[in-house]
Ligand binder design. Structure first.
Ligand code: NAP
Ligand code: MG
Length: 400
């Protein structure tokens, strides 16, 4: 059979546990029979991260910067238990954190919609993509417990000795105090990533903060978004027929529930953390959520939003059948192949990505799915829960 050719390699990052198993099956049954796959391969599985003293993760991040597009399998973020389990010499950092820091990116998460799996919000017809700023605020805070009567102050000292000072509170008794920060450069990257992604996917951007209360901090976010939009994006947005809008966060939440979806919701770090779980759950399942890291200079890393599905992996190791949902991992591959095809002007590759996505959702709509989806499925067709490999085979048959 004639296989679709690629010109530039895709940066392929293999991962851990059940998703590592699914990864190989997806390549074997859904990609390699159809595409003459060219990849620059990095094994980010925990065993190899240990063997390379995590150098492999940094090399993979560099490769994404060099080639522009990567696809990543879920990986274990080591904790004390994993250090024990894998006999690690160190508690290596989260690979996602390392790659995010190297690319200076924003994470976009979007649900995969399938007929028969209806969102809990009946008016939502199209996906809502959450763009979460991944730097600063409460995630890089400095906080103190105040033991009793005290004065808390905010102090900024410049290299020339100039000092800016403000009283936070005059404590009459015990309490708590917290300092947070962000940088113009990180907020600007966040804004550009959101606007680039909007142009890429032809969707409106809604950005929301609480600038009426946080008149300097949140207001700075609002101003930077506005300035960058006006100076660099307004014309192209008009050309593409899409909009940028700023709304207060509480107003935005209310409008989101009444909307039909189909836009990018840009949120500060904490808001994005909380709201992405709300939106994912409302659409049905974390196993149906894609995630892409977009850097301001146009590098892309695609992955599933879920983890390595440890519980299923141990069943698999015991020789039991598992029904782990591979859809988000398949969509990570299609996202990366489509982007590679667009950048290299390979319409066959772009078309293949679309056909693989249609075959995947088509199989589910026809009633064949992994067991996690069976209880969510509402249709005239009676759903049949199958194991992961049979589900992937059904997609291959539909594709072939
Ligand atoms: P998880 O792997 O997402 O799994 C949590 C539970 O959600 C599973 O036990 C399963 O529920 C359900 N689930 C998730 N994905 C599924 C799928 N594709 N198909 C069917 N069910 C699915 O999260 P975790 O157990 O908290 O984390 C496991 C490991 O993944 C950890 O080592 C963590 O560090 C890592 N992790 C990596 C990433 C990443 O690389 N992006 C993200 C998150 C977590 P049931 O058991 O009820 O079937
Ligand atoms: Mg969270």
């Amino acid at each position: 059979m004639h296989k679709i050719k690629m010109t530039t390699p895709l940066v392929e990052m293999q991962g851990d546990e059940m998703t590592r198993v699914l990864w190989d099956w997806i390549k074997e049954l859904l990609i390699e029979p159809f595409v003459a796959l060219k990849t620059d391969y990095y094994d980010l599985g925990l065993v190899n991260r240990e063997q390379t003293s995590d150098k492999v993760t940094h090399e993979a991040a560099d490769a994404i910067k060099r080639y522009g597009v990567g696809v990543k399998c879920a990986t274990i973020t080591p904790n004390a238990q994993r250090v024990e389990e894998y006999k690690l010499s160190q508690m290596w950092l989260s690979p996602n954190g390392t790659i995010r820091a190297a690319l200076d990116g924003t994470v976009f998460r979007a649900p995969i919609l399938v007929k028969g799996i209806t969102p809990y919000i009946p008016t939502w017809k199209k996906p809502i993509t959450i763009a979460r700023h991944a730097y600063g605020d409460v995630y890089k805070n400095a906080e103190l417990k105040v033991d009793g009567a005290a004065k808390a102050e905010l102090t900024v000292t410049y290299p020339d000795g100039r000092v800016d000072k403000k009283t936070i509170a005059d404590f009459a008794g015990a309490g708590i105090v917290q300092g947070i920060h962000n940088t113009d450069s990180s907020i600007s990257s966040f804004a550009r990533s959101c606007f680039n992604y909007a142009l890429d996917t032809r969707q409106d951007v809604w950005f929301a903060t609480k600038d009426t209360i946080s008149k300097t901090y949140d207001h700075r976010f609002k101003d930077i978004f506005r300035e960058i939009f006006e100076a660099e994006y307004a014309e192209r947005f008009k050309e593409y027929g899409i909009n940028y809008e700023y709304t207060l966060i509480d107003d935005s939440v209310a409008r989101l529930i009444r909307s039909e979806g189909g836009f990018i919701w840009a949120l500060k770090n904490y808001d994005g953390d909380v709201m992405s779980d709300m939106v994912a759950t409302a659409y049905g399942s974390l196993a149906m959520m894609t995630s892409v890291l977009v850097s301001p200079d146009g590098n892309y890393e695609y992955e599933a939003a879920h983890g390595t599905v440890t519980r299923h992996y141990y069943k698999h190791l015991r020789g039991e059948e598992t029904s782990t949902n591979p859809v988000a991992t398949i969509f990570a591959w299609t996202g990366a192949l489509r982007k590679r095809g667009e950048l290299d002007m390979l319409p066959d590759l772009v078309d293949f990505a679309a056909r693989l996505e249609e075959a995947t959702t088509g199989v589910i709509e026809a009633g064949v799915m992994t067991k996690d989806l069976v209880g969510l499925f509402r249709s005239d067709v009676t759903p049949e829960g199958v194991n992961s490999r049979d589900f992937i085979k059904a997609i291959a048959e539909r594709l072939g």
